[in-house]
Design a protein around this ligand. Structure first.
Ligand SMILES: Nc1ncnc2c1ncn2[C@@H]1O[C@H](COP(=O)(O)OP(=O)(O)OP(=O)(O)O)[C@@H](O)[C@H]1O
Ligand SMILES: [Mg+2]
Length: 296
């Protein structure tokens, strides 16, 4: 299988990018793919999730060190507990890198050049966890990826910022990365007993149908995500039977045919989403006000 590079992106914070990146990556490892997770977020939440943030920092084995060519890529990659699942860790150096390189004309290509190397070709799948911004790190991820996936949560104004993100992506596709392919939306933290979530999903289905966007996965709301992250163990290594674990495994499996086919010369228009449509916004207006909020 040719290496497939997938960025998990949404400039809105806290929508489940890291949970999706780690658990999709671990699911692919479970499916016997050779996987590299790249933590391109200076919050380094994916690295913490895998229990490797401190080790990466101590040993200077991080994405920023390798992108700044202070240490070569193969030496920067860390092993997880699974032999076919590696990590390139994030750290605060990424923030410095993005500030320092912002005026450098070739900066968006740095990650791509590095992803084209032989050290990357031996992986079947590379997953990039991005941070909630449209800065240079985002441009680097989008320039270096074959695909992107957008996690979305059923909360007020779920399309907030997507317009800007898709505009940026359109520019990148016009220039640096024509083949970049939108795999679709993943609904995260979905509670099937929550009527707002249900209404949201129905309307989003209609919306996505009109815009030819795929909803590629629905990940249930589950406390297991927070506990697997605090125990620094992806869901599939912990409890493979949970619905949330199965949902991530299904997402990974469902995307496989797309990963094998989508790069065969297909081109794709980026959706022109301008804002959350009023009828979708209206669902969230009906939500009951939070009671008894203490103000400190
Ligand atoms: N399916 C889920 N069920 C319940 N909680 C979830 C689920 N997915 C993610 N969470 C929780 O939501 C919070 C945000 O998730 P996560 O860190 O993955 O978002 P993010 O988009 O990566 O955030 P950031 O933009 O800061 O990088 C975390 O506390 C996480 O444990
Ligand atoms: Mg994150």
């Amino acid at each position: 299988m040719k290496t497939s590079i997938i960025s998990i992106t949404n400039q809105k914070g806290g929508v489940g990018k890291t949970a999706t990146a780690v658990n999709v990556a671990a699911s692919y490892a479970e499916l016997n793919k050779k996987v590299l997770l790249v933590d391109l977020d200076y919050q380094a939440n994916s690295s913490s999730y895998l229990g490797l943030k401190q080790k990466a920092k101590n040993k200077h084995k991080t994405a920023s060190n390798t992108l700044l060519k202070q240490i070569d890529l193969e030496r920067s990659i860390l092993k997880t507990k699974k032999s076919n699942f590696d990590l390139l860790a994030g750290d605060m150096g990424l923030s410095k890198l993005s500030r320092e390189k912002i005026l450098d004309p070739g900066a968006a290509m740095i990650l791509k050049q590095w992803l084209d190397s032989n050290a990357i070709n031996k992986y079947d799948i590379v997953i990039i966890d991005t941070h909630p911004s449209l800065d240079l790190l985002f441009q680097m991820a989008m320039t270096g990826s074959h695909y992107y996936l957008v996690p979305m949560f059923a909360e007020a104004d779920p399309f907030d910022g997507l317009e800007y993100m898709f505009n940026e992506i359109t520019q990148i596709k016009l220039g640096l990365n024509k083949q970049l392919f939108f795999l679709g939306i993943v609904i995260t933290k979905y509670d099937k007993k929550n009527s707002t979530h249900k209404k949201f999903l129905n309307l989003l289905n209609e919306f996505c149908h009109d815009y030819k966007i795929n909803i590629v996965g629905i990940i249930p709301d589950s406390k297991a995500i927070a506990s697997s992250s605090s125990q620094q163990t992806p869901l599939i290594w912990q409890n493979s039977k949970l619905p949330v674990t199965q949902a991530y495994l299904k997402l990974a499996k469902d995307l496989l045919p797309e990963l094998r086919g989508a790069r065969m010369g297909r081109t794709q228009k980026t959706p022109l989403i301008t804002e959350t449509p009023e009828h979708i916004m209206a669902i969230f207006d009906d939500e009951p006000e939070t009671q008894n909020v203490e103000i400190f």
